[in-house]
Design a protein around this ligand. Structure first.
Ligand SMILES: Cc1cc2nc3c(=O)[nH]c(=O)nc-3n(C[C@H](O)[C@H](O)[C@H](O)COP(=O)(O)OP(=O)(O)OC[C@H]3O[C@@H](n4cnc5c(N)ncnc54)[C@H](O)[C@@H]3O)c2cc1C
Length: 407
């Protein structure tokens, strides 16, 4: 039997970031992952995420950012338009006095960079290809049975095990969920015109299509969300026909578009655990909530969860207090639930507002979007949210001038 301070289940972006944030506190940490170790041979830009400035600050603090940025593509403009009306909104980094608005990062590269940094911490042990057979907790510890042979006693257990979280299910933490009734088709595409470091999204009556710039100036990653019938039709098409449909959907904004690799589809669901905590077990990131990818915020939200949890744990450890104290865990839950709820509500409003082709609603959103484009204050609020500069941010994620004020 082995005793550790913290066990993290799941070596995705959230689990690995949390391990790196906690490592300098000197706690003994184990990360348990059912899959294999992150590996650069899996980096193919098939799954990418748009990371914002807040996430970049957290990943920089733990030393993982240079390796992530090396294969990421920054974007300095965002263009969003409605296919069905004259609605259009644009954001420019220059107007924000920034050099970029965000980065399109390969999900596996994020894990590889975090994993490399973790090699430097002898107090963190990572176990891959492992099966958790049981989880049970007493007032003092959580007992974990791994691979039917190894017993681990942990003071705190963090479920960072993604949308179908085994930790959440085993702890019987109730889940609210609904189907967005959309599938997201993702693929890398070649374009005949350069993307010019611009992230684009068009709202079609069947759902949004995002064109996210990749390091090759004539390549983008697409996230094409559409109803299940349309997704099935698109996936059944020969490549040439898919390319024609895609080019038409994009309004040829980047010329002719062609699949670079096979498209893959993901069912989209909103999931929200109504409780993130039971005793010494706590949920973070997708294990606690998952949202529509239309605003590219899921991973950003998860990274803020772990930065918040690590901030509170650090406070307690530095004050020689018990970091498994229920008051600390409740603070974390209240803090991050409020942020997750805001995004869930915003995503729902976006999805409903744009998937309705009722003429009056079309007019309202066209006037609304064009109006926002002319209103610097409101536009500023939207861009602050997209950059990750709004809301109740963990200290590590705050813009420097804000950190200086609160210090
Ligand atoms: C189509 C699409 C596009 C997206 N685009 C964006 C975007 O542009 N920007 C953005 O911020 N977010 C985006 N997201 C969301 C983002 O991908 C997720 O929020 C993020 O990857 C979640 O990270 P995580 O670490 O919580 O979970 P995961 O990445 O799912 O990691 C969970 C880990 O836990 C492991 N695990 C699961 N069960 C067990 C178990 N029983 N035992 C041990 N290990 C286990 C898994 O193998 C996995 O490694 C998108 C999502 C989708 C579907």
């Amino acid at each position: 039997m082995q005793n550790v301070d913290v066990t993290i289940v799941g070596a995705g972006s959230a689990g690995l970031t949390l391990a790196l944030l906690l490592a300098p506190l000197g706690l003994s940490i184990v990360v348990l992952e059912q899959g294999g170790a992150p590996h650069s041979s899996n980096i193919n830009h098939q799954r990418v995420s748009a990371l914002n400035l807040a996430s970049m600050r957290v990943l920089s603090h733990i030393g993982a950012w240079p390796a992530i940025a090396a294969t990421a593509q920054s974007y300095n403009r965002m263009q969003v338009w409605d296919a069905d009306s004259f609605a259009r909104i644009e954001f420019d980094a220059k107007a924000e006095r920034l050099s970029e608005l965000g980065w399109i990062c390969d999900n596996e590269q994020v894990r590889v960079a975090l994993y490399q940094q973790l090699q430097q911490h002898s107090n963190v042990r990572l176990e891959f290809n492992c099966t958790i057979n049981s989880l049970a907790q007493s007032e003092r510890d959580v007992l974990i049975n791994i691979n039917q042979q190894q017993l681990l006693l942990s003071r705190l257990l963090v479920g960072a095990d993604g949308v179908n979280s085994m930790v959440r299910t085993t702890m019987q933490l109730p889940l609210t969920h609904w189907d967005y009734e959309q599938q997201a088709i993702v693929a890398t595409i070649d374009t005949t015109q350069p993307h010019q470091n611009t992230a684009r999204q068009v709202f079609l009556p069947t759902g949004p299509l995002a064109l996210l710039p990749l390091p090759d100036p004539q390549q983008c990653s697409i996230v094409w969300s559409c109803n299940p019938e349309r997704a099935a039709q698109l996936l059944a098409m020969p490549a040439q026909q898919f390319n024609q449909a895609l080019t038409a959907a994009s309004n040829s904004v980047l010329g002719v578009l062609q699949l670079h690799n096979d498209p893959k589809a993901f069912g989209l669901k909103m999931r929200y655990a109504s409780s993130w905590l039971r005793g010494r077990v706590v949920l973070v990131a997708d294990a606690a909530h998952s949202i529509h990818p239309l605003a590219g915020q899921g991973m950003n939200l998860g990274l803020m969860d772990v930065a918040a949890l690590a901030e509170l744990i650090s406070e307690y450890v530095n004050d020689n207090k018990d970091f498994t104290d229920n008051r600390l865990l409740r603070r974390y839950e209240r803090w991050r639930k409020a942020e997750a709820q805001t995004l869930i509500t915003a995503m729902e409003a976006f999805k409903r507002g744009f998937s309705n082709s009722q003429p009056l609603l079309k007019l309202v959103r066209a006037v609304g979007m064009s109006g926002i484009n002319q209103l610097p204050w409101l536009k500023g609020q939207i861009i602050a949210a997209a950059l990750g500069n709004s809301g109740d941010l963990p200290k590590l994620a705050q813009p420097q001038e804000k950190t200086a004020r609160s210090a």
